[in-house]
Write a protein that binds this ligand. Structure first.
Ligand SMILES: *[C@@H]1O[C@H](CO)[C@@H](O)[C@H](O)[C@H]1NC(C)=O
Length: 490
């Protein structure tokens, strides 16, 4: 009993020298501040001079009423064979292969490899973290045991002396002690070192694996210096946008060529032809962090990312991460009443959506002012209502409806205009219709795993892929997408 107590004391008292098993990302994190979990989307006033004015000039309301589309005709049983025929490639419909263009330069192999590698690396790192903890504990306890045995040895010597003096009085006890001593000594001489050796070899093999992954990344990076091209057969069905294509019989979700009007060059876009009756033009998509969304005004204007890739089905059926481009989004939404469907997924696979039955983005001269109306859905209405966990002005300043678009190099937000230290887009990671600043941030930074903290954020702000009314400020979604469709009454 006494020894047990002593052992406990040792465990508490010993400051184990931590062995540095690895030389990369294993630095211990300082304890998280208590503020984690607090809403961060707003920027409350600090001084009188940085007063927030909810006033804004009359913004154009979203286009509503009347529709260039009637409701869909009731679905007649379509003749499969004619549809199949329609999908036959037509060499002069933009050709079957589309090589490097501004949009749609695809690098699927690279992207997939990258996401696999990132996934693997993450698993390995977690395993290493855990192992490191185990090894530390083990070495700590073995240190403790060494001292314990040391103590035990001297106690034993002492006892032996007393034993000599007192004959058989403590003989029994000493035998017991000797037995214990032998057992513990054996344990620390053989069992502990061998366990540590095993763990060290596991660590070594993990380190080797990481080295291999790093080499793979390096070689991939070299390959990706030149944009690789890939070919995807583009369906012969084309149209003004995806609803038009759907009505012409294009009923599979994949990459199509669209031409909204004669003055626009045709361009590639991903059409979702299955969700909620189909006909959706994908304007934004995040799913694996493969594309950087911290970009300039010009990039957001023109669009960036990968439209779609072919994962072995013979056509481009899998959307990539992309932003369609503000000019295109504006043009598409100004053709008539348009609705937007925002779908999102968390890291456990739960899915919610936010739908606005009115959605219009004005042109560049007005800073791509965005207006929405008529919310329905399960994600919570951030665009019109702001963050519902905030109250009063704090909430008002997170409403996105009526805001201009901002990027880190073009500050159009409502947070002290003209003050370069107060720019939402700089702090929050992407281009968006920031107010002061956000309740949703679909173009924010991609965080693997969901939960993140202000210590992980570049500027200590909630710069992840945030939808506050669903998950709060400090949860970054696994996937989010925005799809638009001409509004028609069903
Ligand atoms: C706004 O938020 C700040 C900090 O988050 C808080 O100190 C302030 O009391 C809030 N104001 C209102 C009206 O809730």
């Amino acid at each position: 009993m006494k020894w047990l107590l002593l052992l406990c004391l040792f465990v508490y008292g010993v400051q184990c020298s931590s062995v540095d098993y690895d030389d990369y990302d294993l630095t211990t994190k300082s304890p998280e501040p208590k503020t984690v979990g607090d809403p961060r989307g707003h920027r409350p006033s600090t001084r009188g001079s940085d007063h927030y004015s909810p006033y804004q000039p009359a913004i154009p309301p979203p286009i509503s009423g009347g529709s260039r589309y009637r409701g869909r005709p009731p679905t007649t049983s379509t003749d499969e064979s004619t549809l199949e025929e329609q999908k036959v490639e037509q060499p002069d419909a933009g050709g079957c292969t589309h090589l490097s263009e501004k949009m749609g330069v695809l690098c699927p192999t690279g992207c997939e490899l990258k996401s696999t590698i990132v996934k693997q690396e993450r698993n390995v790192k977690t395993a290493v973290d855990e192992l490191k903890k185990d090894v530390n504990e083990l070495s700590m306890s073995s240190n403790t045991i060494y001292r314990y045995v040391d103590g035990l040895s001297s106690a034993l010597r002492e006892r032996q002396r007393i034993n000599n003096d007192n004959g058989n009085l403590v003989g029994e006890y000493t035998n017991d002690l000797e037995g214990q001593h032998a057992f513990v000594k054996d344990t620390i001489d053989t069992t502990f070192p061998s366990s540590i050796r095993v763990l060290q070899s596991v660590l070594q093999s993990l380190r080797d694996k990481i080295q291999k992954v790093e080499t793979a990344i390096m070689s991939q990076r070299l390959k990706c210096e030149k944009p690789c091209t890939m070919s995807c057969p583009i369906p012969v069905v084309s149209g003004k946008e995806c609803e038009d294509i759907f009505r012409k019989g294009g009923d599979s979700s994949e990459m199509y060529l669209i031409q909204p009007d004669a003055f626009f060059h045709p361009y590639k876009v991903y059409c979702d032809m299955t969700t909620e009756k189909g006909g959706w033009t994908l304007i934004q998509n995040r799913q694996d962090g493969s594309v950087d969304f911290g970009r300039r005004w010009d990039d957001y204007r023109a669009g960036f990312g990968n439209i779609a890739s072919d994962v072995g089905k013979g056509f481009c059926s899998t959307p990539g991460e992309y932003w369609l481009g503000n000019d295109r989004i504006s043009q598409l939404t100004k053709m008539g009443p348009t609705e937007v469907l925002i779908e999102m997924t968390d890291w456990t696979g739960d899915r919610v959506k936010a739908q606005y039955h009115q959605f219009t983005v004005q042109g560049e001269t007005s800073g791509y002012v965005m207006a929405v109306g008529k919310y329905s859905g399960t994600a919570g209405d951030t665009l019109l209502e702001g963050a519902t966990e905030l109250i009063g002005e704090n909430r008002t300043m997170t409403i996105h409806n009526g805001m201009m678009f901002s990027t880190y190099d073009r500050d159009n937000d409502k947070w002290v205009p003209g003050d370069a230290t107060k720019q939402c887009s700089r702090e929050d990671g992407g281009g968006w219709w920031y107010n002061r600043c956000h309740s949703s941030n679909p173009n924010g930074r991609y965080y693997w795993g969901g939960e993140y903290t202000k210590n992980m954020a570049k500027h200590g702000t909630d710069d992840g892929i945030v939808w506050m009314n669903w998950k709060g400020s400090w949860y970054s979604l696994k996937a989010i997408s925005m799809k638009i469709r001409p509004f028609f009454s069903s």
